[in-house]
Design a protein around this ligand. Structure first.
Ligand code: ATP
Ligand code: MG
Length: 563
């Protein structure tokens, strides 16, 4: 799957046609408008790839605009994190960084203009009363008794709202449209609220704040956006978007186009729910590798290339759908298969003593760093008399077709020799096998099989005296896969197996000083990445994804090259 743009979707088709017909003067300006009230997640990545991707493909521009009109939930930590994440994904807004809060004065003037056109009024009903007057999907609303206030009275009241003369909730500014409209969004929607709350950028300057429905279309128009792409839940707001821009005769009239949001199985995407998980310490922060946040995915080992390829693949449609997490995993496997160095690491070690191998001898064996990319070269791996293998790779009573190590059975140690199990040593109390005794065949160095010799299994291993201790964190889906997706009580739906920490893992010595963020394939196991908390002497790896590619199986496409 190509990472570059060019895939066809209905929005791209609209853009192509608009550019051809010269609509918007042949310009293409999109925007990504996050509210700085949380960290970005993979859903946002879909919107980022779409908006920045279109601008990139057609020589347009994509603005990054903070939709910061709700002071109580927003802060500068989020503003910083969002910029980092957009850059990390590989996009650039050049000098087009904007804040809706920078338009507060302009928006205020637009509001005054609406009032003067008799298209907005100050309502003094309470929030409950407004809701009650609004009607329902089946019943029309009714006019507020304040709807007939004169223009002068409205200008006076709105000016005093701004001046801070009134308490929160005592008045609002509403558009004067139609209380009987079948579209509830047109039943005199609220445009401004009084909120005596300081803003992270404008400080205490403002005590009235515009609603999303008012600020958004006007911010788009002020910036000369041509295509305002948003998710489907705003489809019913589009008539209001257009009404405002028409009434106010703004210099630009962007076209709002809606597309389906991305939903993924077994996780949560709503910022409100993510915030709850973070604040209640159900996860270890916004960058917890189990979260679908960009920070979490990055710490987990995801690459921007894989996320972009995934977004490209899922495309853009008009209908909501839930995408399998396995599809996202497929794209990180594909990317890491190409670029991650192969190394050997034993997660649950079992001691193997090679009885006929001389004590004190060390041999260095050549290993290929990446069979997919021979330019990545080779490295030398130490081999000695005592090695560790995976506990799972040994069975005292092997089932049929168990081609790993068992009494009397032979296996190949990757890059090293063929060994044969001669006996086991057990813990006398528990009966557990604590050590396996073997002999090796010196003629099989390099793991090469002699003619006619049938040794099916190849195991990864580490040399006991050379291996480096590490912690490995294994992740499964955040939400219990047996519970229905989107479970309303998210903390209760957390998968108890979502994080397993393994201490005492052993990795080959080439990883001793692996730096955080580096990604590897642990042979036969999966892709792993060095955690941010890792250091030399205290190595920590996160499992990005296991090797098994259930998606590839589903698709019957070729399997990722592994053992
Ligand atoms: P959430 O529901 O997670 O809080 P939001 O829509 O309130 O998300 P915003 O910060 O307002 O978050 O989103 C910025 C942009 O990202 C919007 O244009 C929004 O439509 C888009 N976006 C948010 N979530 C998704 C998603 N799951 N799929 C696609 N686009 C999304
Ligand atoms: Mg929002």
């Amino acid at each position: 799957m190509s990472d570059s743009s060019g895939a066809s979707n209905f929005i791209r088709a609209i853009v192509v046609s608009d550019l051809e017909t010269g609509k918007h003067g042949g310009r293409l300006v999109t925007r990504f408008p996050p509210e700085p009230n949380g960290y970005l997640h993979i859903g946002h990545a879909k919107s980022i790839c779409l908006n920045f991707g279109l601008a990139q493909e057609f020589g347009g521009m994509c603005h990054l605009r903070f939709d910061d009109t709700n002071p109580s939930k927003e802060n500068t930590e989020y503003v910083q994190a969002i910029q980092e994440d957009v850059r990390w994904l590989g996009f650039d807004w050049h000098d087009k960084l904007f804040y809706a809060s920078d338009y507060f004065e302009a928006l205020y003037r637009y509001a005054i203009a609406l009032i003067k056109n008799n298209k907005a009024y100050v309502d003094s009903l309470s929030a409950d009363e407004i809701r009650h007057y609004r009607g329902t999907l089946t019943e029309p609303g009714k006019d507020s008794p304040y709807r007939t206030r004169t223009i002068e009275e409205n200008v006076d009241l709105f000016t005093r709202m701004r001046a801070g003369e009134f308490l929160d909730g005592t008045h609002v500014l509403r558009a004067k449209i139609d209380m009987a409209s079948p579209n509830i969004n047109l039943r005199d929607p609220t445009l401004y609220r009084i909120r005596h709350v300081p803003h992270h950028r404008s400080g205490a300057t403002w005590v009235i704040y515009p609603t999303y429905d008012f600020a958004h279309p006007l911010s788009d128009a002020i910036e000369g956006i041509t295509h305002s792409l948003c998710t489907l839940e705003f489809e019913d707001h589009r008539p209001l978007y257009d009404w405002l821009l028409d009434e106010l005769q703004t210099p630009h009239h962007p076209q709002q186009i809606e597309f389906a949001r991305l939903n993924l199985t077994h996780t949560v995407m709503s910022k409100r729910k993510l915030l709850e998980l973070v604040e209640q310490n159900h996860v270890c922060g916004w960058d917890d590798p189990r979260l679908p946040t960009l920070k979490g995915l990055r710490r987990r080992g995801y690459t921007p290339e894989a996320i972009r390829a995934f977004c490209e693949h899922i495309g853009v449609a008009k209908r909501d759908a839930i995408v399998e997490m396995a599809l996202l995993e497929h794209f990180i496997r594909e990317d890491l298969n190409r670029r991650a160095a192969r190394v050997m690491a034993v997660l649950r070690p079992l001691k193997v003593v090679i009885e006929n191998y001389p004590e004190g001898t060390v041999e260095y064996l050549e290993a290929v760093n990446n069979p997919e990319d021979l330019a990545m070269g080779t490295r030398q791996i130490p081999f000695s008399r005592v090695v560790y293998i995976e506990q799972d790779d040994f069975r005292e009573d092997p089932p049929k077709k168990f081609f790993r190590l068992a009494p009397g059975q032979e296996v190949r140690l990757r890059y090293a020799y063929i060994i044969k199990c001669t006996s086991v040593i057990k813990d006398e109390r528990t009966g557990e096998v604590v050590e396996v005794r073997c002999t090796y065949d010196p003629a099989t160095r390099g793991g090469s099989s002699q003619e006619g010799r049938k040794v099916k299994g190849t195991l990864h291993w580490v040399s006991a005296t050379h291996a480096v201790d590490a912690e490995v964190r294994l992740y499964e889906s955040l939400l219990d896969p047996n519970q229905s997706p989107g479970a309303s009580d998210v903390p209760a739906a957390i998968n108890p197996q979502s994080l397993e920490r393994l201490a005492g893992c052993l990795v080959e010595p080439s990883l001793a000083s692996a730096s955080s963020g580096s990604r590897y394939q642990f042979e036969r196991q999966g892709y792993f990445c060095v955690d941010v908390e890792s250091s030399t002497g205290n190595l920590i790896f996160n499992r990005t994804v296991p090797l098994r590619d259930s998606w590839a199986k589903i698709e019957k496409s070729q399997t990722v090259a592994t053992s």
